[in-house]
Design a protein around this ligand. Structure first.
Ligand code: GLN
Length: 516
């Protein structure tokens, strides 16, 4: 029996579409059917595009009519639900934006449409992309296709699980501190966070603007190359996007980088669990043998401060970015009755606390609206970030927290620059363990520590990817992280591609996906 279409990498699907062996509509229907069958169990999609089939059919018609088509013509793509789409809701998995419709498409979405990709729908995430497990979504968690009682990783949990379960061959996610790489690693797919500035964030709902990047998730490095070259490039609407030409990433995959110096941080390997260590060490051995590479132990002396630094900077920026959700401009607005109820409660609390100023503010209808809308619209983790950030930025604490974090960020960045004088890439684990159980980590600090290996690349702005490199004894995927100098995406993709050509981890499918 031939391989079902949903198991094939996007590059192969593209070839079938171009040769006319498969129609765009046929392909879209196959994925839509799978979404229908599996989505309730996995919670991957928050919204399925009702026009997807029709859009695919039009591409078939245009192909038959001999019209010129875009480079991804007919390929289905899933979008993380913090990417703005004019024809579908954009919720950021928050009650605050439930039912919100953006008046415009994000630049990456515009580029996908221009390339004639077919958008299947919007995928679940941690609320406003804040989280590492996808459990903070207002609409419920995503489940890991390899074990539905476990987390898929976050915050792009839906994006990664969609690819792993064969609900979409390609996904776009966003990565502020690991949100593409972590779920890619825990779901056994490839995910790439590009260099800061490589992809326009116009139309990506902002979390922490000095860290946010959009990037691809797919089964193979080749598919990621295909998606990245479609969405990357300068955009005058995002002033941080860099006016540098986009290399033909896919075409360049066939130049495997020889005699590379591959750096690794010995402590990072040692901190990881036994199965993660084992898989990563084996992957490194394979790269060394195959590519005549050299393994170089390196030091990143400020890496141990990365999580602390990130969790000052990201919440600070978030507290400012999320100030716009006021009940007036976007999405949710508390209703009159809820407001009056809350008002009564708040009055009582403030009176008890003897807070006269607070009581006075409550008399302002505007403050009342803000307070009630924001108390009801945001979930606990988002509120925690807003409070942390507001505190770190407040007069009297600014120097001690925010400013200090900026200085340490500089040192972390310098560690990377120094390292890349000695080595061409840095390899290591994506996370210390494989996917943990839903509900297992209740302590926010414990959850923040999951980002140990991923936040560094965001703080430094460098590109980093995760590629599947094995399974633990319970059949859960392990990810290998490769980080490179600024704008070295081509090299990272070449290395990952080469690795995938000599391994078959990415050709395995979760049992749950095979059952339907
Ligand atoms: N887990 C990190 C956080 O919670 C990173 C999230 C992200 O990259 N969007 O902030």
């Amino acid at each position: 029996m031939s391989t079902p279409l949903w198991q094939l990498p996007a590059a192969q699907l593209l070839a079938l579409l171009q040769q006319g062996d498969v129609g765009a509509e046929e392909l879209a229907v196959q994925f839509l059917d799978r979404i229908e069958m599996l989505n309730e169990r996995l919670g991957v999609f928050l919204y399925v595009n009702p026009e997807a089939r029709q859009q695919a059919r039009r591409i078939d018609q245009r192909r038959r009519a001999g019209e010129p088509l875009g480079p991804l013509a007919g390929l289905p793509v899933a979008l993380k639900d913090n990417l703005c789409t004019a024809d579908m809701p954009t919720t950021c998995a928050s009650r605050m934006l439930q039912g919100y419709r953006s008046p415009f498409d994000a630049t990456v979405v515009e580029r996908l449409r221009r390339a004639d990709a077919v958008v299947l729908g919007k995928t679940n995430l941690d609320e406003f992309a804040m989280g590492s497990s996808n459990e903070t979504s207002y609409f419920g968690p995503v489940r890991n296709p390899w074990d539905a009682e476990r987390i898929p990783g976050g915050s792009s949990g839906g994006a990664a699980a969609a690819v792993a379960a064969g609900l979409a061959p390609l996904s776009l996610g966003s990565d502020t501190g690991g949100s593409i790489r972590l779920p890619a690693g825990l779901c056994g797919v490839v995910g790439l966070k590009p260099t800061y500035g490589r992809v326009s964030r116009w139309g990506l709902v902002a979390f922490a603007s000095s860290l946010d990047q959009i990037g691809p998730l797919a089964r193979t490095a080749e598919d990621c190359a295909l998606l990245l070259e479609t969405v990357a490039g300068h955009d005058p609407r995002d002033s941080t996007s860099v006016p540098q030409p986009v290399p033909p990433y896919r075409q360049r995959l066939s130049e495997p980088p020889r005699q590379l110096r591959i750096g690794y941080v010995p402590e990072h390997l040692e901190q990881a669990s036994e199965p993660v260590q084992q898989a990563v060490r084996q992957a490194l051995d394979l790269l060394v043998q195959n590519l005549d590479a050299q393994l170089v132990p390196i030091q990143m002396s400020h890496a141990r401060f990365a999580v602390a630094t990130y969790y000052i900077i990201a919440p600070s920026e978030a507290s400012s970015n999320l100030a716009r959700y006021d009940g007036i401009h976007y999405g949710y607005r508390a209703d009159e009755q809820a407001m009056l109820d809350q008002l009564r409660r708040q009055r009582e609390e403030l009176r008890r606390a003897g807070d006269d100023r607070g009581l006075e503010e409550l008399d302002s209808p505007l403050v009342r609206l803000y307070r009630t809308t924001r108390s009801q619209g945001f979930g606990a983790e988002v509120k925690r970030r807003i409070m942390l950030g507001t505190y770190a930025l407040s007069a009297g604490y600014y120097d001690q927290y925010y400013l200090k974090a900026l200085k340490v960020r500089r040192l972390i960045r310098q560690d990377y620059l120094d390292a890349f004088e000695q080595v061409d890439v840095i390899a290591g684990p994506v996370s210390t363990t494989t996917a943990f159980a839903l509900g297992e980590k209740q302590d926010p600090l414990e959850m923040y520590l999951v980002d140990l290996y991923t936040v560094g690349a965001n703080l430094a702005g460098v590109p980093a990817l995760s590629v599947p490199c094995g399974f633990d004894s319970e059949g859960l995927p392990v990810g290998l992280q490769l980080q490179g100098p600024l704008f070295s995406e081509a090299r990272l993709l070449q290395l990952a591609h080469h690795y995938q050509q000599h391994t078959a981890w990415h050709k395995q499918h979760p049992q749950l996906a095979l059952q339907v």
